[in-house]
Design a protein around this ligand. Structure first.
Ligand SMILES: [Fe+2]
Length: 262
């Protein structure tokens, strides 16, 4: 009987060719596609690190790596056709990714169990929360991808929000970047160690707070360790203003992000 291989090289080769063909069709502005390609490589690297340390079956590990590689496979078509990465203005890119993988028969050579786990994780990776009745193996694999994705989103946001131009920061998030504007719900969530919600954001600074609360939204100890070690969340929280709106939230989050409380 063959052992489950963790070599996904043929899939990585196909993915590279897919990106190259999408890029060839995108003459106007290929830069966003390059960012997504880099993001995919980083998410796959995080997934490798998480699965190397956590207790998962070989099938779950293989599915986690495949789902990390393919989680944003629909982003390239999404940008080319709709000029945006906003799902509300185009399509649900997790579900569309499942369609692409089926259309291209990408998982036809995988074991049925690997195929099911991979497709579910791709389809669920961008949901606000996983369905409460999702069976454990599906949950474990989806959570690897969701943790790995968050770890790299932190990097992207750390780089983006340090852009010196406030107009650029606002454009990226569609949120105003002005002092004094904040959400009391986001404040309360952060102080109570809850994960803040996108729907409550009122400003770019609220978004910095939300990203800091993500330490409570990671599923694996390995992910939390990497989150703290990489320092992106701390870096983001440190740039919050020390005014009445954020002083206590900033201090509270910095204590949590120094690694002592989780
Ligand atoms: Fe995604």
């Amino acid at each position: 009987m063959n052992a489950i291989s963790l070599d996904i090289r043929p899939h990585e080769d196909w993915f590279q060719a897919h990106v190259a063909s999408e890029r060839a069709r995108e003459r106007e502005n290929p830069a966003p596609l390059t960012l997504k390609e880099q993001h995919t490589a980083n998410v796959l690297a995080h997934a490798r690190a998480i699965t190397a340390k956590e207790r998962l079956s070989p099938t779950e590990v293989r599915a986690s790596l495949l789902a990390a590689l393919y989680h944003d496979v629909a982003r390239f078509e999404q940008f080319r056709r709709f000029r945006t990465f906003r799902d509300a203005e185009s399509f649900n890119h997790g579900q569309w990714g499942v369609r692409i993988l089926k259309r291209e028969a990408r998982l036809a050579d995988e074991l049925p169990e690997t195929r099911r786990l991979t497709l579910a994780a791709v389809g669920l990776h961008n949901r606000y929360a996983l369905p409460s009745r999702l069976p454990e193996p599906f949950r474990r694999v989806a959570n690897v991808v969701r943790d790995a994705d968050k770890l790299d989103i932190l990097r992207v946001m750390d780089e983006t929000l340090h852009h010196p131009d406030a107009a650029t920061r606002t454009a990226v998030l569609s949120l105003p970047d002005v002092p004094g504007l904040y959400s009391s719900r986001v404040r309360e969530d952060a102080l109570a160690d809850r994960v803040a919600a996108y729907a409550d954001l009122r400003s770019v600074n609220d978004f910095r707070v939300l990203l800091g609360t993500w330490i409570g939204d990671l599923n694996y100890a390995t992910s939390r360790r990497r989150f703290l070690e990489e320092g992106h969340a701390r870096h983001l929280v440190e740039t919050l203003p020390e005014d009445d709106a954020y002083r206590d939230v900033r201090a509270h989050l910095l204590r949590r992000l120094s690694g002592g409380l989780c």
